[in-house]
Design a protein around this ligand. Structure first.
Ligand code: ZN
Length: 150
């Protein structure tokens, strides 16, 4: 399957209009605030992780552009039920994909629908929008209070 620009745009618009898991989480075990000064994207990512390292719930809250919001929305949906180890692997893959190091059509990966974000590699300023909440997720796992893309 080749890269589908129309599908990418539809998915971005849909998740921007109706973001999934867009709420604060009272009983989060981990959270991290992320800020992208280049665009103004500003979100907190919340995770609820079980004692055996399963991500039972993931959510986010804040404001920013369509790409950052839709990426956060899809990431939180993706993370539910994954182990923290799987989440870190997905972060590495996502990051390599949006920075152009990994072609999701040619290499094995675990990203599923998230591979749509390969589209941002054409626009370097958008890479930080798409990856901000991923950095926040890893920051939360590492017990950091905040991350910035600079
Ligand atoms: Zn942005």
């Amino acid at each position: 399957m080749s890269y589908d620009k129309e599908l990418y745009q539809q998915v971005i618009l849909d998740h921007n209009k109706k973001p999934r898991n867009f709420r604060e989480m009272e009983d989060a075990t981990h959270s991290c605030h992320g800020y992208n000064p280049l665009c103004g994207d500003d979100y907190t990512v919340y995770l609820k992780i079980s004692p055996d390292n399963i991500i039972e719930d993931a959510s986010f809250m804040g404001s920013g552009c369509a790409i950052s919001k839709s990426s956060s929305s899809m990431m939180t949906a993706f993370l539910k039920g994954k182990t923290t180890e799987e989440a870190k692997v997905a972060f590495e893959e996502f990051h390599r994909m949006v920075t152009g190091d990994m072609d999701p059509e040619k290499e094995d990966h675990h990203l599923g629908k998230l591979k749509l974000f390969v589209g941002v590699r054409e626009f370097s300023s958008r890479v930080k929008c798409a990856s901000l909440s991923w950095h926040s997720m890893v920051g939360a796992l590492e017990k950091n209070e905040k991350v910035t893309t600079e």
